[in-house]
Every structure is written in C-alpha cells, then in structure tokens.
Ligand binder design. Structure first.
Ligand code: MG
Length: 256
C-alpha cells in the first residue's frame, strides 16, 4: 500500500538516537513545567525553555519552523495549540499547554503537556485527566500488527465516553529526521483502517481535547489555534516507537 510504504522504519541505531533525544526532552519538559508560576509571561516561559534546550546541548525544533518565532508553543486556556510566546501573563487557575520539540544528532523528538497553575476548577482537572488518559489509550494501540486508526479510535472513544470532544483540524504524525513525517495520526476515526503498524515506526501521538465543541479557529497572528466556542482545551503528546514487545514511550518523563 502506498501510505504504508511512505512510513519510514527506523533502524535499531536510529531508535537508539531517538531514545536519547526523548530522554533529553523529558528532562527539559520536567524542569520547564516545574518553573511555571502565576505572574510569568508566556515569553518568560519561552526564555526558560530556550535556556534549558541550550544547556542540554540540543536545538529547538520549533524555532523558525515555518517562521514560528518561539522555542515552544504556549497555549493558554481556550487556546488549543501553536500559541505564540508573548506578553500574556499566566494567572492562578489557568491551564497552560506547552508543546516542545528538539533536534539531537539530526533526529527530532516532540512532546506536549498541559498543566494547571495553582488551584484549578474541578472540570479543568477532569479535562487534564481525560486528555492524558486518552493519550495513553492511543499509545497502547501502537503495537505491531494493529492498524494506524486503532490509535485514533482509542483516543476518540475514551474522550467521547467522558462527554468531551477531540479536535479534528490538527493531528499527530510520524517523526524522525523530520519533525513531521508520514503518516498523519488523527485523534478520531473508525478502527482497523489504514497502514498496518510495524516494528521501527516512530510516531508523535497528540490528542487535543476540548470541553465544548471540537471546532477551532486560527487567530490573526496566523498561528494560535483557539476553540471556536471559547471553552478550555488540553493537549498531551509523546513520541513513541513501535517495538517488538509493544509501544515504547521515548519521551516518558515519569511525572506528567
Ligand atoms: Mg507534534
């Protein structure tokens, strides 16, 4: 099948580099999320991220990507993804999504997490928990012999069973020597469709989940994606490898 042949199969050596990249990215995101507090601007978050990226001797994958100005995407509350760092202040009760990518020895790693600042409303806490769980439900399907859309269906099934919605307009992706490689990995769809998964495939799986409608809009800055109804959104992402004995989470950070 055509789509199948477009999905690159990584060698053992390449997986080893991607594993190292994922480990570095995991420590960066851990340190970055620990530094978040109310009163910070989203630009300050980007500055902390850039310092961490440089101190680990890797490159910021997003900086300059299609002209994106930041090292990280910082999306607050009703913002879904691709928030541009700037003067906006982070406040107690906010949800802050951070999406971060690095390049290590020519290979990319990509992860995202959403955190609450201080005390957040129970419905927002639930949004975080459902989105995180949906990511892990999707990852669990990333095994040899499954179809690609088994990942999509598992994410959608979990989210909609909880009465929340999955974003359609933005999807996960293959990753390796490029940030975005085939295939696209939607967070919705029927199971048992699309390419059969093979050992050595590496994916960034990234559910974006909304409290209200799944529909989104792009702001005038050309980047920031918001929910169409202004309700909150959350985003979690891991880079994973399809291994012989099941999915291996390359960006596992132990705390998020
Ligand atoms: Mg991604």
């Amino acid at each position: 099948m055509k789509t199948e042949s477009l999905i690159s199969i990584k060698t053992v050596q390449e997986i080893e580099v991607l594993r190292k990249a994922g480990k570095i990215l995991s420590s960066i995101i851990r340190e970055l999320t620990c530094s978040l507090k109310s009163g910070m601007t989203t630009q300050a978050i980007d500055d902390v991220a850039m310092n961490l990226i440089e101190s680990h001797g890797v490159e910021a994958a997003f900086k300059g990507y299609r002209g994106f100005p930041g090292a990280v995407c910082v999306s607050v509350n009703q913002q879904v993804v691709h928030g541009v760092p700037g003067p906006r202040l982070i406040l107690e009760g906010d949800l802050v999504s951070i999406d971060i990518g690095i390049i290590y020895q020519k290979y990319y790693s990509d992860t995202a997490v959403t955190v609450g600042i201080g005390k957040i409303k129970p419905k927002l806490q639930r949004l975080l928990e459902v989105t995180r769980a949906a990511l892990y439900k999707g990852i669990a399907q990333a095994k040899v012999g499954n179809h690609l859309s088994d990942i999509s269906a598992a994410v959608q099934g979990h989210v909609e069973a909880q009465g929340l919605s999955v974003v359609r307009d933005f999807v996960g992706h293959g990753i390796g020597q490029k940030l975005h490689e085939p295939p696209e990995i939607p967070n919705f769809g029927l199971p048992h469709r699309g390419p059969v998964l093979k050992e050595g495939m590496v994916f960034a799986i990234e559910p974006m989940v909304n409290l209200g409608t799944w529909q989104t809009k792009i702001l005038a800055d050309g980047w920031t994606v918001e929910t169409a109804d202004g309700q909150h959104s959350a985003h979690f992402e891991h880079t994973i490898a399809v291994a012989a004995n099941g999915p291996e989470i390359l960006t596992e950070n132990g705390s998020i």
